[in-house]
Design a protein around this ligand. Structure first.
Ligand code: IPM
Ligand code: MG
Length: 352
């Protein structure tokens, strides 16, 4: 099994090193090869997604990614910026299904900014479409109008087939969970998402056991804070999913806890924490590696179909938390505050 390891920028290398350590300890003969992406790709070869990196990712069975981005690249031309490398690799590998599970570990109920009773028992799967929507829609750009002022344009668009295939992913996942799908849109204003809603309704006829509901995105943002446990599976487009998944992550105590899987139609996948590169924390060995380690568990589950090792990693994370180990972002009174690498070591020790 070949894994392309793309640490990226900021805290990327530090957190990925911990996940690699954990994967190595499984003794599964995984062939892991590293390559640069994002700002690191730009530094190495003037391209946030170097051709060699893309080739490696295409040939691999799965990709493990850290994070991309740093303020120092914000002034580059748009196509050279780190984020563009990430968007391109998602598109090139056709990773249209982004799974972001927001799961509260009981030990972290006090780390959330919400009351423990609101979040305890939380287990939401956010299914975010990842290769369409306003992120990729044409036309786009900044141009100058005849009157001399500038205009910025992006286009929200979804073809029916794109909506249907992500809907299917959500319904299939719901069948293995509590059989509830909440589709999030803005159908009262945006035609693109009016179509989204129609397609979801059509599709639901194939899943009579699944209860489909619809929610406008503004209400969904509010309900996530008010009563998050009402949700089982949420399915939504690229931009709404980007925003709602950051929001949902805070229910779990810290964005440092939220893993993700981005899958193509054959379950080839890229696995990355849902958080960013946090340049302010980089190089200090204080970031939380658990989202990345939990992403490695998702890799075992979804690409390698290896539930046993997925659970093994997840249980090791639970054990490290139960033993009181906490990185700075999730530390509460009475716990042991540890560094990024020591959290990795705690998971490693719990694994054996
Ligand atoms: C994410 C990130 C990315 C996105 C950025 C870095 C391009 O926020 O994975 O959620 O918007 O998809
Ligand atoms: Mg995001």
């Amino acid at each position: 099994m070949k894994i392309a390891v793309l640490p990226g920028d900021g805290i990327g290398p530090e957190i990925v090193a911990q996940a690699v350590k954990v994967l190595d300890a499984l003794n599964l003969n995984l062939e892991m090869t590293e390559a640069p992406i994002g700002g690191a790709g730009y530094e190495a070869s003037g391209d946030p997604l170097p051709a060699d990196t893309l080739q490696l990712a295409k040939e691999a069975d799965a990709v493990l990614l850290g994070a991309v981005g740093d303020w120092k690249y914000d002034t580059l031309e748009r196509h050279l910026r780190p984020e563009r490398g990430l968007l391109r690799i998602r598109k090139e590998l056709n990773l249209f299904a982004n799974l972001r599970p927001a799961l509260l570990y009981p030990e972290l109920a006090d780390a959330s900014t919400l009351k423990a009773e609101v979040v305890s028992g939380l287990d939401i799967m956010i299914v975010r479409e990842l290769t369409g929507d306003i992120y990729f829609g044409q036309p786009r750009g900044i141009s100058t109008l005849p009157n001399g002022e500038r205009e910025g344009v992006n286009t929200m668009r979804y073809a029916e087939s794109e909506i249907r295939r992500i809907g299917r992913v959500a319904f299939d996942i719901a069948m293995k969970r509590n059989k509830k799908v909440c589709s999030v849109d803005k159908a009262n204003v945006l035609e693109c998402t009016e179509l989204w809603r129609q397609v979801m309704i059509d599709l639901s006829a194939e899943y009579p056991e699944v209860e489909l509901s619809h929610m406008y995105v503004d209400n969904a943002a509010m309900q996530l804070i008010r009563a998050p446990k009402q949700f089982d599976v949420m399915v939504t487009g690229n931009i709404f999913g980007d925003i709602l998944s950051d929001e949902a992550s805070m229910l779990t105590g810290s964005i440092g806890m939220l893993p993700s899987a981005s899958l193509d139609a054959n379950n080839k996948g890229m696995y990355e924490p849902s958080h960013g590169s946090a340049p302010d924390l980089a190089g200090k060995n204080i970031a939380n590696p658990l989202a990345t380690i939990l992403s490695a568990a998702m890799m075992m589950r979804y690409t390698f179909n290896d539930e046993l090792h997925a659970l093994k990693i997840e249980n090791a994370v639970k054990k490290a938390l139960a033993q009181g180990y906490r990185t700075a972002d999730i530390v509460t009174a009475g716990c042991k505050k540890v560094s990024c690498s020591d959290m990795g070591n705690a998971v490693l020790a719990a694994l054996n």
